[in-house]
Design a protein. Structure first.
Length: 430
């Protein structure tokens, strides 16, 4: 648990605010973020990179709330986007288009146009066909498009297969062995300007070695390109640093950055990184209330008001999120590291924490030892990345509210959706 979420007595707080106060004011389910936690990660990157020209491009997909983008923009961050929609969010949040890199395998003509109009820093091109399209769209607009090739280094990120992206069998990037030929082709395209090289090998990596292996392979290409007279302005080594959800031991940001800088061995190209999860993941929790306790024949269920539409990671990846009571029962002190009670007592039971959605896969956590009563509030930890941004309206459930806490202040940064908003664009036919 991030130190910005902590117990004071029996009450779970975010910074100086009891989570119970947030539930009372904004209702549940509700995502709650700590501003200090959000800024802390970015500060660590900036400090670790001091002395080397760099740009931290926050991966917007991890959490795209405008307030969060604005906080990062004001701290000087750039952004890694994967859609025209994310670009519009960045601009609406006051982000600087000249600090935006555009990743993704399926950029449409309209999205490329929008990004060229906005004047982004660079397109991370993922295929030969995209290179052709980029050149053509730029030509039609009388512009020169800044381009970098996303190269697939064929490195095993040792993470969940759904979020591993740097292997030959993945759909991402251009094949390592074809990269040089594609750079030559790009050099000859009149409406492209080659600015860099890029890779991203996966997400929630808990070891440094795959990052180093990927960097070494990318840097070997940079040298070959230089021999051909193709000089790059930046090297983008993607995102992917993991966080601790349970008992993982990911590298500290400073150590990860130091390892990457070590591979650069005094090169002068600007280093771009695209962290997402590590900046927001442990800066947010999902606050939910127990609706019912149901004691089944084989299992006990705590049915809560958050569901897979609010937080899909458990259902989709079998991901583990720590779940803590917002008010600890007097004789039951939860141990955040494993969810098991320190001093077991009668009130506690082993619960399946499930949502109201009509799917067996609708669970937030399995077999959690909790001392809870109906109406109790629970905090689902490490939910700040890929929580709200992956939420949906399944079962016509309006999406949750989002609140940022800053010291003693709470700010509603996204109102709870209403049902009428959900069907506003629908029509009945005669
Ligand atoms: N850059 C690119 C090109 C990416 O595709 C991603 C994430 C990132 C940067 C940021 O990676 P991060 O630093 O957050 O690991 N929904 C999954 C994670 C999918 C990640 C997709 N790409 C989850 O909930 O675990």
């Amino acid at each position: 648990m991030s130190s910005y979420f902590h117990y004071r007595g029996s009450q779970l707080y975010v910074e100086q605010v009891p989570l119970a106060d947030i539930a009372a004011q904004f209702d549940t389910p509700c995502y709650v973020y700590s501003r200090a936690a959000l800024t802390d990660g970015l500060r660590q990157f900036t400090e670790a990179l001091r002395g080397h020209e760099h740009l931290i491009c926050y991966a917007v997909k991890a959490n795209s709330n405008l307030a969060i983008l604005n906080i990062f923009a004001r701290l000087g961050a750039g952004f890694d986007i994967v859609s025209g929609g994310e670009l519009q969010r960045v601009l609406a949040a006051g982000g600087d288009a000249r600090k935006v890199v555009f990743s993704g395998v399926g950029k449409s003509v309209a999205e490329i146009r929008m990004a060229l109009d906005a004047g982004i820093l660079c397109f991370n091109v993922e295929s030969a066909a995209e290179l052709d399209r980029l050149n053509k769209v730029a030509e039609s607009m009388g512009k020169i498009a800044p381009a970098s090739l996303r190269v697939n280094p064929d490195v095993d990120a040792k993470t969940h297969p759904y979020i591993s992206t740097g292997l030959k069998q993945n759909k991402f990037g251009v094949a390592y062995d074809e990269a040089i030929a594609l750079y030559r082709r790009a050099r000859d395209m009149p409406h492209l300007r080659i600015t860099g090289i890029d890779c991203h090998i996966g997400s929630q990596l808990t070891e440094t070695s795959p990052f180093i292996a990927a960097a070494e392979k990318i840097l070997a290409l940079v040298d070959t390109l230089a021999d051909e007279g193709i000089h790059l302005e930046h090297i983008d080594l993607g995102g992917g640093v993991g966080i601790c959800y349970r008992n993982e031991t990911p590298p500290e940001i400073a150590d990860y950055v130091a390892a990457l800088l070590g591979t650069l061995r005094g090169r002068s190209e600007k280093l771009i990184l695209e962290p997402g999860r590590v900046l927001t993941g442990n800066a947010g929790v999902l606050l939910t209330r127990v609706e019912y306790l149901k004691h089944g024949e084989e299992k006990n269920f705590a049915i809560v008001d958050a569901a897979m539409n609010d937080l899909v990671r458990p259902a989709l990846y079998d991901a583990f999120h720590e779940i803590l009571p917002v008010a600890q029962e007097p004789s039951h002190k939860s141990n955040p590291s494993n969810g098991r009670g320190g001093e077991r007592e009668n009130l506690s039971s082993i619960y399946e924490i499930v949502g109201p959605i009509c799917e067996t896969g609708d669970f937030i956590g399995h077999a959690r030892d909790l001392a809870i009563t109906p109406q109790a509030l629970l905090a689902v930890l490490s939910a700040g990345a890929y929580g709200m941004s992956m939420s949906s309206n399944y079962n016509t459930r309006p999406r949750a509210a989002e609140v940022i806490v800053d010291g003693i202040a709470m700010h509603l940064v996204r109102e709870r959706e209403t049902v009428s908003q959900l069907y506003a664009g629908e029509k009945i036919i005669l």
